[in-house]
Design a protein around this ligand. Structure first.
Ligand SMILES: [Zn+2]
Length: 447
């Protein structure tokens, strides 16, 4: 059976991930993501009504025209988790394929939201829920799709595995090795080890190289949780304002902030549209999330809530707000500019449980937001965070578990791949023979 991998998007950037695997006549697509920085650079650009080709030309979504070079039928579209760089182009591209979208419940709910917001295209793709540990048949020639549980900075992330008669194709985006993930099960390393040793083993491993140039291992979410506990407990006797911000989609982190806010005697309130979207979705599908926390999404209601907080005494509350990257229209930035009813006083605390995404636009905006907060006298606690992506020791562990015949580095640009190429070369892989760093729009033939 011929096996081909089309590296469609996310091989020259962190963003707009999309990869297709052809096994004989059957094709499975992994991820259809957005490159958000290509959208944010334009002021007030609304993508909902835009055409796919314009977004492709901007570099915002994957250029899937290479799909016409793959001879076969698409059997499934598989988003691995709910981050926008993995699901953000589904509303623009999925309708071109007569195939179901298969994902875990939380991811699928977020995909539904994306499809509902879309104004240009209508999608009639069937939506199929599949949990980690489950499998489904692909086509009629002995292929099977399996979801293996992984740990990442969003709940219900999986690594999909396409079992073919020639061996397994493991799509390894995005994960870290976490044995104490705060919400959900630890990464299923045992299953990866089995897949590496059963049948024909692993024919190809596509790896998340986001942090491949970083030494050591990525700490567990539990480490971020303990840093957060330490920071918030240090503020226990402060009776002025405390505000926290983090990735809205990082449900485990939001959960930790809510718990520690209550432990230091404050009422947490989630404020901002994306806070309401992600946490509301988590609550709706019944993950271990505090079900009684107040969430407010719309700007007018947010301002009314902030007025209420000021009247009742801000020492009784801990608003958890959007704006961890200093996004100009997010709530924390509006607070920093003094545009909301919430007054920051000298000594008030602002906790960033997020790192700056290393990209000039974000860095500039975050710098500005922190400066504006500082000018009002606020004390800023930065970078209480751990990454969701493997570092080098995690990559070593994955290679040891899977023992793949071929490797394709992904989720970075060529300079970002370099640390991974070094590591894999040291493990006996050879560039061009079984180690294939590549760019967007290529097809790699494996046999
Ligand atoms: Zn991700």
């Amino acid at each position: 059976m011929e096996i081909e991998i089309a590296t469609i998007g996310g091989y020259e950037e962190v963003g707009r991930q999309m990869t297709a695997v052809r096994a004989g006549d059957d094709i499975v697509i992994f991820d259809m993501g957005l490159n958000l920085s290509k959208v944010l650079i334009h002021d007030n650009l609304r993508t909902e009504g835009m055409h796919s080709l314009d977004l492709i030309d901007m570099g915002a979504i994957p250029d899937d025209r290479v799909m016409s070079d793959l001879e076969g039928d698409v059997r499934a579209i598989v988003p691995t988790h709910g981050h926008l760089d993995h699901i953000g182009a589904i509303s623009k591209l999925a309708h071109r394929y007569d195939a179901p979208i298969v994902a875990t419940p939380f991811t699928l709910e977020l995909v539904k939201g994306e499809l509902e917001d879309e104004q240009k295209f209508g999608s009639s793709n069937e939506l199929i829920q599949m949990d980690a540990g489950e499998t489904m048949q692909i086509g009629e020639h002995g292929c099977e799709l399996e979801f293996v549980n992984v740990t990442h900075s969003i709940i219900q992330a999986i690594n999909p595995v396409l079992h073919t008669p020639e061996g397994a194709i493991v799509y390894g985006l995005d994960k870290r090795i976490d044995h104490t993930p705060v919400i959900g099960e630890p990464i299923d390393l045992k299953r990866f080890r089995e897949i590496g040793r059963e049948g024909n083993g692993v024919l190809c491993y596509i790896e998340d190289c986001t942090n491949a140039n970083k030494k050591g291992r990525t700490p567990s979410e539990n480490v971020a949780r303990e840093s957060l506990r330490d920071a918030l407990y240090s503020m226990e006797d402060y009776n002025g304002g405390i505000v926290a911000t983090t990735f809205s989609s990082h449900i485990a982190r939001v959960k930790s902030i809510i718990e520690f806010a209550r432990e230091i005697g404050r009422k947490p309130i989630l404020l901002g549209r994306s806070m309401e979207t992600y946490s509301g979705t988590a609550k709706q599908i019944g993950v271990e999330f505090p079900s009684d926390v107040e969430m407010v999404g719309y700007r007018r209601s947010i301002d009314q809530t902030l007025e209420r907080i000021m009247n009742d005494g801000k020492g009784n509350f801990l608003p958890v707000v959007t704006g961890h990257q200093g996004e100009p229209r997010a709530l924390l930035t509006r607070m920093a500019r003094g545009e909301t009813p919430y007054d920051l006083d000298a000594g008030d605390k602002v906790v960033f449980s997020a790192r700056v995404i290393p990209e000039p636009t974000n860095e500039g905006q975050r710098y500005q937001a922190e400066k504006l907060l500082g000018m009002q006298g606020a004390r800023v606690y930065s970078d209480i965070h751990v990454s969701g992506h493997l570092r080098q020791e995690g990559h070593y562990t994955m290679l040891d578990a899977l023992q793949p015949q071929h490797i394709i580095p992904a989720h970075q640009d060529l300079s970002g791949f370099s640390g991974y190429v070094d590591l894999a070369s040291n493990q006996g892989y050879t560039l061009g023979r079984d180690l294939h760093p590549t760019t967007n729009g290529n097809i790699i033939q494996l046999n």
